[in-house]
Design a protein around this ligand. Structure first.
Ligand SMILES: Cc1cc2nc3c(=O)[nH]c(=O)nc-3n(C[C@H](O)[C@H](O)[C@H](O)COP(=O)(O)OP(=O)(O)OC[C@H]3O[C@@H](n4cnc5c(N)ncnc54)[C@H](O)[C@@H]3O)c2cc1C
Length: 374
């Protein structure tokens, strides 16, 4: 019986498994994930403002299917020659493999910041942040990185503070000359105006120079006391990928071919994969992760059947930057959009993609009963 291993119980890994579960032949399916549950990442920032309960964003991977052996362990390496997965507590052999291990916060080797900062990689991270906010009196929240995540975090923080009637300084620090990287200028202007209306400061061409306890220093000499640092300044792939001797981009994403293959019998999907598209590359997003996971699943089945593989053809539905005061902007189906309607569509999509009926209902009820007061 062929042994198929999926590394990563996130969007791409689950989509691949769902496809493999449709295969009628005998296969030995194993999912290996470092945590016990699937985490729905796009709604993590909403937990900060209390819009969503983090409990509804996790789904127990042991309940996935009786046909899937779930192994909870952290992959530390892959021996491509011996077709072997090396994990913290075991080794596993495979005939076919999917790497869907996503990405994690990149601290760029700065251990001081790694130890001191909060991050938003999973449900436990957001619980940690909520915990410190409820226990301590924090004067300033310094967010490193003015990408989607940093902006979503900042706006949710402001709503959280206003709901508790607490004054607090919220500052986004960005190393580049402007927010939101390569996105169009009209979006940057829209977001900047909204951040200003929410009393969120933005320091561009600035970076975090050091953290000591609750004291944060910026590169220009500014210092914040009673402050916490939330790090949203970039991501990289899991450590075991970085050690693989294969072609990768600077974030460590694995270069895949048009069939999502990177090595004999090995596929990669989602954030872990680097797929060239129209002279550029696909950004990290849920829609691509799900579609790639599904396509990799199809190609694993085709390999088992000895049939020709199918090419992955990306479909880009667009993107939205949802801010916590129900303002948003983005591109949907090629059209520029802004305002409250895209926020509504974003949440609709989130509920649709959540795993588990209890979670879907829980989030739906939370959103329906949520009153925006600030
Ligand atoms: C705060 C936040 C907000 C976001 N908002 C949006 C949004 O609004 N829209 C959007 O499209 N995208 C959003 N994204 C990006 C989106 O969540 C990712 O693109 C998507 O989750 C990638 O799916 P994936 O399957 O590649 O990886 P993931 O969903 O991250 O799953 C990877 C899995 O692999 C596991 N894993 C990692 N390393 C190992 C290892 N060494 N051993 C074993 N298991 C391992 C992880 O624990 C995880 O379960 C957001 C991301 C974050 C962090």
């Amino acid at each position: 019986m062929k042994r198929i291993i999926v590394i990563g119980g996130g969007f791409s890994g689950i989509a691949c498994l769902n496809r493999l579960l449709t295969y009628r032949g005998k296969i030995d399916l194993t999912l290996i994930n470092d945590k016990g549950d699937f985490n729905f990442l796009p709604m993590l920032p909403d937990c900060i403002s209390g819009k969503v309960n983090p409990e509804y964003l996790a789904f127990d991977l042991a309940n996935l299917s009786r046909r899937v052996n779930f192994v909870r362990d952290r992959v530390t390496g892959i021996d491509l020659k011996e077709k072997m997965i090396l994990a913290s507590r075991q080794t596993l052999n495979y005939d076919l493999l999917l790497v869907g291990s996503g990405s994690e916060t990149n601290f760029y080797g700065n251990d001081e910041i790694r130890k001191a900062a909060f991050k938003l990689d999973n449900v436990d991270d957001v619980k940690d942040l909520a915990g410190v906010m409820s226990r301590e009196r924090i004067g300033s929240y310094v967010i490193a990185g003015a990408g989607y995540t940093g902006i979503e975090v900042a706006t949710n923080l402001r709503i959280a503070l206003n709901r508790k009637k607490i004054k607090g300084r919220i500052v986004i620090v960005e190393r580049a000359t402007s927010i939101l990287g390569p996105l169009p200028q009209w979006m940057k202007n829209y977001v900047l105006a909204n951040l200003k209306s929410m009393d969120i400061e933005v320091f561009t061409e600035s970076s975090v120079a050091g953290v000591s306890g609750r004291r944060i220093a910026l590169s220009g000499g500014k210092v914040f006391d009673d402050a916490i640092l939330i790090w949203a300044a970039g991501v990289e792939t899991s450590g075991f990928i970085r050690n693989l001797n294969i072609e990768k981009n600077p974030q460590g994403r694995i270069k895949v071919d048009e069939y999502l293959r990177f090595h004999d019998s090995c596929f990669a999907a989602g954030d872990a994969a680097f797929f060239s598209y129209q002279g550029n590359y696909l950004r990290m997003a849920v829609q691509f992760s799900i579609m790639q996971g599904d396509c990799a699943g199809i190609n694993i089945i085709k390999t088992l059947q000895g049939k020709e593989l199918v090419k992955y053809r990306p479909v880009d539905l667009g993107y939205i930057i949802p801010m916590a005061n129900n303002k948003s902007c983005g591109i949907l189906l090629g059209f520029s959009v802004k305002g409250i309607l895209p926020v509504f569509l974003h949440y609709l999509m989130c509920v649709y993609r959540l795993m588990g009926l209890r979670n879907k209902l829980g989030v739906l009820l939370s959103l329906a009963s949520y009153r925006l007061r600030w």
